[in-house]
Design a protein around this ligand. Sequence first.
Ligand SMILES: Nc1nc2c(c(=O)[nH]1)N(C=O)[C@@H](CNc1ccc(C(=O)N[C@@H](CCC(=O)O)C(=O)O)cc1)CN2
Ligand SMILES: Nc1nc2c(ncn2[C@@H]2O[C@H](COP(=O)(O)OP(=O)(O)OP(=O)(O)O)[C@@H](O)[C@H]2O)c(=O)[nH]1
Ligand SMILES: [Mg+2]
Length: 458
Amino acid sequence: MPLTAPDTIVAVTTAPGRGGVGVVRLSGPDARRIAGALIGDRALTPRTAHFARFRDGQGQLIDEGLVLWFPGPGSFTGEDVVELQGHGGPVILDTLVAACVHHGARPALAGEFSQRAFLNDKMDLTQAEAIADLIDAGTRESARAALGSLQGAFSREVNTLVEQLIQLRIYVEAAIDFPEEEIDFLSEGGVADDLTDLIAQAGTVLDSARQGRLIREGLTLVIAGKPNAGKSSLMNALAGHEAAIVTEVAGTTRDVLREAIQLDGLPLNLIDTAGLRESPDRVEQEGIRRAYDEIRKADRLLVVVDSQETDVDLTDLATLLPRSQQELDHLDLPVTRVLNKADLSGLPAGPRPSPADTFALSAATGEGLEALRDHLKTVAGYQGTGQSRFSARRRHITALEQALAALEKGRQQLYQHAAGELLAEDLRAAQQALEEITGAFTADDLLGRIFSSFCIGK
Ligand SMILES: Nc1nc2c(c(=O)[nH]1)N(C=O)[C@@H](CNc1ccc(C(=O)N[C@@H](CCC(=O)O)C(=O)O)cc1)CN2
Ligand SMILES: Nc1nc2c(ncn2[C@@H]2O[C@H](COP(=O)(O)OP(=O)(O)OP(=O)(O)O)[C@@H](O)[C@H]2O)c(=O)[nH]1
Ligand SMILES: [Mg+2]
């Protein structure tokens, strides 16, 4: 809850740029009064569209449009909200905002409407995050998952875990208060069974959350290898259009090229890079440096080799990516090898028996590409369309992992030391980690970090 009485905020809530209609939203105790100053003193029926003329502080006409009044708490933010729906031009909408500010509103910060909805218990933190995810969704699949979270699918699962955890804590802490009976309760077995159940259920939620994050963020795949191996050709083949320049000149690609595609709903961030070699060319050197930057940030590396080269050791990353070994040190990245130009080498297209995760294909003819696509879905752990019930973020996964670790530690305390007090402490830690997900418990600057990444007006 805010410590001071909230002020009234205003922002253009529709996307920047031109559109048929644009919406300015006011939220706070003075929303109705400020709207009245723009439209003149008149009655408004709650939640009903009224046609109105919007005027500035000097009585000058700004626009005509619709006005909607949502008295709190029955509004998106839980406060008094007024929407001014005008024509969707930036000058008009900015002038409307300025007129509201003139009458005492303050321009809203990024995400401030959603933050107020959260603070007023209109939604929990995962739901607020889901709004941003829904807006940012790049595929139908990720939009569907975000909507699941917005409607509370993720929060419900987390809350179920918390409720069971609380039951367990009540029992354990009651037993601690009667030390002479503690040993009995621990050996009874009920606590251990409940704890085991809880760990299993938290594991299931973690799996779903991982799927939800995969759907939201996709897999970042860096295509790397020697010049002319066919990296850009592979990028184009996967993207389905001529995104990158392809020529027979070694060293064609210099800049990092990005393409966002999807495999049956799995978002893939494809990154094509400059061919790796020692080069005296300054521009090419910079391209190669950037290629290594991308490799370090990848989820997976797609190393492309020309299958006409017969003397390559496919198991040795340092020879596939010719650069000082130190560049590759500490690089613990899953790798898929592509033996390209199978049409020229005569290699049969498809998966190779060894090393693992190696595929022969032709970027030029498309032969063998389908097997690579299937492989990428498999290694990503993608379960296919319709399998993610909610979207999730890294911070949710981290919190679930922390909760699981605490529960596991608690189980150890119970089995190895029959230590009820230590178990109670671990259960408390697990609950706190889970409550960080929904925002029932929030650490220091978490809210600021989450809401500041939203757009203004959201
Ligand atoms: N014009 C407009 N369209 C919009 C929004 C908006 O703020 N304005 N939304 C903004 O994101 C989304 C819809 N979300 C909303 C969520 C709750 C309430 C609301 O008034 N809730 C009340 C009453 C609920 C009811 O009548 O069932 C409440 O929760 O008490 C409004 C919009 C998408 N479309
Ligand atoms: N026949 C055949 N030619 C291919 C195949 N893949 C790429 N090529 C050709 O190989 C040459 C190099 O292809 P690119 O895709 O530009 O190779 P690259 O790895 O991106 O090269 P750099 O950007 O220079 O590092 C071009 O002439 C392509 O047409 C393939 O599968 N079969
Ligand atoms: Mg290239």
